[in-house]
Design a protein around this ligand. Structure first.
Ligand code: FES
Length: 152
């Protein structure tokens, strides 16, 4: 049986009718067609699916859509202004913080949320804070450079 719920995503309310087992990730991608959020492992291990729920970073593959009712969800599509990149997006472009790009939206969502968390300022702190976001291309040096650019 389907369940009716409403999700606030990027400032808009959406009414959905979903199987209650639907993850937030699948609701975003398959039902709201917000495909900037990526599915890598679907098991909480890669970070490609990172979104913000009430400003905190969350692996959307580990959260049921129904659990996000009553919260504010932000995806990569809602991060910048419509006509201007978020400073973290710009830094990733300027520092070449990607190769294939598949992990990039998750990296950026994670990095933006990390700025509001109590991490120290050093490179080791950034690496530790970003350790839940895997990049199969190994673009870590440039990802670090991009985050450092916004951080300092
Ligand atoms: Fe969610 Fe990998 S797809 S952590």
């Amino acid at each position: 049986t389907l369940m009716d719920l409403s999700l606030n995503v990027n400032g808009k309310e959406h009414r959905l009718s979903l199987d209650p087992r639907t993850t937030l990730l699948d609701a975003l991608r398959e039902h709201l067609h917000l495909t900037g959020t990526k599915k890598g492992c679907d098991h909480g291990q890669c970070g490609a699916c990172t979104v913000h729920v009430d400003g905190r970073r969350v692996n959307s593959c580990l959260k049921l859509a129904v659990m996000a009712e009553g919260t504010k969800v932000t995806t990569i599509e809602g991060l910048g202004d419509p006509d201007r990149l978020h400073p973290m997006q710009r830094a990733f472009v300027e520092r070449d913080g990607y190769q294939c790009g598949y992990c990039t939206s998750g990296q950026i969502m994670s990095a933006v949320a990390m700025m509001k968390e109590p991490w120290g300022p050093g490179d080791a702190d950034i690496r530790e804070a970003m350790s839940g976001n895997i990049c199969r291309c190994g673009a870590y040096q440039n990802i670090l450079a991009a985050i450092r650019q916004v951080r300092h």
